[in-house]
Ligand binder design. Structure first.
Ligand code: ADP
Ligand code: MG
Length: 212
């Protein structure tokens, strides 16, 4: 199976629809340790991506074009700190696929690694800082490990999804040391990080989309 620009457009639609449904929950999480806007930021960002992709001629576009369009529209739509983080994530995925008209499922799964690297480079957060990295990085490691062990992609995808969900849940027991919530110090304990929660949702949607 080969994935084209049209497929990635469909993937962004799927992520956007799910994020829309989770908006209030994500705002609520951000309300405990941040400024309660995370659901709105993510909804606006993915909404802007879908709108921009609707005007892209996908038949003549590459997967890189789709990711670059996503990066630009997300950055323009989102003023919160998740804006540049996801814009960089999408740019890294776009760069990884440069020159390709279509991708194998294996190549597409590596999107999770490229995105995690982009967020890490941009935000400089490490595991345990109670950020979206605590969901993205374990997911990326799961994809890499499955590939190194020559496991089928479907196993890589289900491992990535579980790793992101477990990683997000684990942020409850962490003290925030990056971003807005770091101002709370110990008071950030006991709450799931909103960015990690949305990251687990995005990873799950990507994995579900690819594993069909
Ligand atoms: P803001 O904090 O500007 O309101 P959002 O509410 O959209 O932005 O996003 C907050 C989330 O951003 C946090 O829950 C955290 O996961 C993530 N975040 C903040 N700073 C960083 C960073 N330096 N690296 C990775 N993720 C970060
Ligand atoms: Mg916020």
């Amino acid at each position: 199976m080969q994935l084209t620009a049209a497929d990635f457009k469909a993937m962004f639609r799927k992520i956007s629809a799910r994020i829309e449904g989770e908006r209030n929950h994500l705002c609520e999480l951000d309300g405990h340790i941040g400024d309660a806007d995370h659901g709105i930021a993510m909804e606006q960002g993915f909404g802007a991506i879908v709108k921009a992709l609707d005007t892209l001629a996908v038949d003549a576009a590459t997967p890189t074009d789709v990711f670059n369009t996503a990066a630009k529209s997300f950055l323009n739509a989102v003023g919160a700190s998740s804006g540049p983080l996801y814009a960089t994530a999408f740019l890294r995925a776009g760069a990884a696929y440069k020159g390709k008209d279509a991708l194998t499922l294996e190549e597409a799964a590596s999107m999770i690694e490229a995105m995690a690297r982009g967020i890490e480079e941009r935000g400089k957060a490490e595991l345990g800082d109670k950020t979206m990295i605590d969901a993205w990085k374990p997911a990326a490691i799961a994809v890499a490990q499955a590939r190194e062990a020559a496991k089928p992609v479907t196993e890589a995808l289900s491992a990535a999804r579980k790793a992101a969900e477990d990683g997000a849940e684990a942020t409850k027991a962490m003290v925030a040391s990056k971003g807005r919530s770091s101002r709370l110090g110990e008071r950030s304990l006991g709450h799931v990080d909103p960015g990690a929660a949305s990251a687990a949702i995005i990873v799950a949607e990507i994995c579900e989309f690819l594993d069909r």
